[in-house]
Ligand binder design. Sequence first.
Ligand SMILES: NC(=O)NCCC(=O)O
Ligand SMILES: [Zn+2]
Ligand SMILES: [Zn+2]
Length: 479
Amino acid sequence: MSILIKNGTVVNEDGMHKEDVLINDGIIVAVGKNLDAPENCRVVDATGKLVMPGGIDPHTHMQLPFMGEVAVDDFYSGTRAALAGGTTMVCCDYALSMAITTWNDKIRDEMTEVTKPEYGINSFKFFLAYSGMFMVRDEEFYQGMMHCSKIGALARVHAENGSVIAEKAKALLAQGVTGPEGHTQSRPEELEAEATNRACVMASQANCPLYVVHVMSKGAARAISYHRSKGAIIFGEPIAAGLGTDGHHYYDKDWLHAARYVMSPPLSRDKSTPEALMDLLAAGELHLTATDNCTFNCHQKELGRSDFTKIPNGVNGVEDRMAVVWHKGVNAGKIDPMRFVQITSSTAAKIFNLYPRKGRIAVGSDADIVIWNPTDMKIISKNTHHHACDFNIFEGMEVRGFAETTISRGKVVWENNELHVEAGAGKFIPAEPFCPYVFSSVPQRAKMMAPRMVVREHERVAEITMNQEIRAQNQEMST
Ligand SMILES: NC(=O)NCCC(=O)O
Ligand SMILES: [Zn+2]
Ligand SMILES: [Zn+2]
């Protein structure tokens, strides 16, 4: 099946031009001016629209078993939602990242095993939060990153100080603060900044590239920026929730309203943070966007009615990320469409070693394309979204710009506000280790970090004496 997208503006991370795009059998076969439609080719008119690489959301949790519940967006509903929002990979096509929640020799060997081509995993995630669940100790994290560096895998980190959070949560409950406001009070922003700084220091010492997921505060972003300025290989990922809204919701009088926003790290209580995170994305101090999509329904959130530590953590985002980032970034005049492509698609493809197969409109790339309407408005709502979840944290947000048509590996899967998808059509895309975009300076850094030994006088004397004795013995043996 071939498709010709005509009259649009093709946007890549490094340029935008009025060009047509011809697709055949799931692959882009031509990009150029005034392309002719082959026989039996469907022509899609993109006049006034932008033709961009489909979004890549590198951080989602579909049907995650977590805090005694299972996230309600499964791989089917979650990827439907993604496609309706212009995201073509998480997901729809998907790659996997593996969480390391404890540490021993067996896990180290299994990490080596799953980076082989037949498993295709090239990143591992460590949690410095969720004490008693997923949290690893510093020495486990450090050893894990040493191993990541050896096998060419990217380390990812959820950076919050889990031990202090656990103590603060206990104290708040004892003082009678049981509602969702306790969630944010138990997790002050400096606990995210501290853990982010610690993670960056340890990654640098382990000579391991590090990807910090869900950067939610200015302090965490500053830590990343500081360590990058010192040459560490660090990537920072703000998410749609943190760019699109803030933590005032936790103090809402309506318990359920407040509980819907419970996620970790919490949304920032500083109202200027969403804009600041977008500014840092614009400046290149933060590098790409994701969502951490991990949805729980209202009745699941209710499980924490009398104890905020039991509210399942997580919010939506995979459907609305592209529109929220466009609205808060491009419409606000902070980023241009090319930077938009970079932070929603191409950089993720590069970091996870999928570029230019994914994340680019070019001959030979997979035909994962979003045709973007940059002029019309849309109101985000649970009534029209495609999540399995019964609320939306962006409810009522008016955005200008949205995915009008989504093409996933050459198939039109979203148009005229309708999905045309088939369960199981998503393809696993194995990700190779030792990604050049991430690992190229690691060997030289290793040389610079190699241990240096000072041979001192008495050791030289001992060495000479030993060599003389060996020579004498050899002589004796040969006579
Ligand atoms: N972020 C969150 O609250 N839930 C998903 C699990 C995680 O990534 O921490
Ligand atoms: Zn997390
Ligand atoms: Zn997550």
